[in-house]
Design a binder for this molecule. Structure first.
Ligand code: SAM
Length: 322
């Protein structure tokens, strides 16, 4: 097993199925361009082989399928069917929910029982201005259908001062009512925000600011979470749970177990490092040739992790797989 001197190892793999997205969220992409898939994306079979090799070489246990927007990818069907055979303990998916109702039968057939749906506001005008695409009622309907079919839903919200901070309580109330767990994600210094510190600081909302606002309406208690969890989780008795992924306020690099594979075959061991390691060529090789080389690259990727805190990264989330 590949372990670093802080005892960290890779357990969770995130695969960006495609960099194409039907949204262009303001905090994720600077130029508003949508639906651009990289020219040289891996095919579904190569990606499945990549997961199989990384289960063996790194001890990967859990997989999250992300992007870009995974539900726009023509690879989704084949990838989901094949990756489900690899014996992972958990497969989940992060989506903006726009195509959720349409793809629900496929997701259910593939055994998906947990979904993260990104939703930054319940206000249709703010929704259009943040996502720069999509349709709010379609997302809400997709979540309702998925939940009715037995899928557990977590909602990801990035609170942004001046854009959707007024939506923190409406979205929390809505999620508690619907039985979804809301996850606030502190804005991360990724992509254009890594180089534009002013824009980052103007929009950033901290864990403490969220907790004071929520505390005006609800009593909450900190809840247990797994050791390598990225979210601080809270229980509101008789209502439900919410969490905060507080990468700035409560850095979680010390226990990070994540590895990312981009749609074009690059391994990223850390969101906060510009290092990446190409494995696309290895995925066309037989196992006995690929594994030794892959192990070397996995050690390098593990070495890219920050010791304590995330400091920012130039790559945009839709490329690296948020
Ligand atoms: N298209 C899918 C979706 O919308 O959930 C998956 C990809 S998206 C890049 C994954 C997550 O990354 C979303 O929840 C999004 O809000 C988050 N994200 C992107 N850029 C971010 C940033 N700069 N800071 C915090 N979260 C970010």
């Amino acid at each position: 097993m590949i372990v670093d001197r802080q005892g960290r190892r890779f357990r969770n793999l995130r695969i960006s199925l495609t960099s194409a997205c039907n949204y262009a969220c303001t905090y994720c992409v600077p130029n508003g361009k949508r639906l651009v898939a990289a020219q040289d994306e891996l095919c579904a079979d190569a990606m499945v082989r990549g997961v199989a090799y990384m289960i063996e070489a790194a001890g990967i246990e859990r997989l999250r399928i992300t992007g870009g927007e995974p539900l726009v990818s023509p690879k989704l069907d084949t990838f989901m069917r094949e990756v489900g055979q690899l014996g992972l303990s958990d497969i989940s998916l992060t989506t903006n929910g726009q195509l959720l109702a349409r793809k629900l039968p496929l997701l259910l057939d593939a055994g998906i029982r947990r979904l993260n749906v990104s939703l930054d506001t319940l206000d249709p005008t703010a929704f259009r201005s943040i996502a720069r695409g999509g349709d709010l009622p379609t997302v809400l309907d997709g979540m309702r259908q998925a939940s009715a079919a037995g899928i557990k839903i977590k909602v990801n919200m990035v609170p942004l001062r001046g854009q959707n901070f007024d939506q923190v309580m409406p979205l929390l109330d809505y999620c508690l009512e619907q039985g979804y767990e809301l996850r606030f994600i502190e804005l991360m210094r990724m992509g254009h925000l890594a180089s534009d510190g002013n824009s980052f600081l103007q929009q950033f909302v901290s864990l403490q600011q969220l907790l004071s606002l929520i505390g005006e309406r609800y009593e909450y208690l900190q809840a247990d979470a797994p050791i390598d969890a990225t979210a601080v989780r809270y229980h509101i008795p008789n209502h439900g749970y919410f969490g905060v992924i507080a990468n700035e306020s409560v850095p979680f690099c010390r226990t990070c177990s994540r590895l990312r594979l981009s749609s074009t075959g690059w391994l990223h061991g850390c969101l906060s490092s510009s290092n990446r390691h190409y494995i696309g060529d290895l995925l066309n090789k037989p196992r006995h040739e690929a594994l030794p080389a892959l192990q070397g690259l996995l050690m390098k990727a593990l070495g890219d992790k920050q010791d304590i805190a995330f400091s920012g990264g130039a790559t945009v989330m839709k490329i690296i797989g948020g």
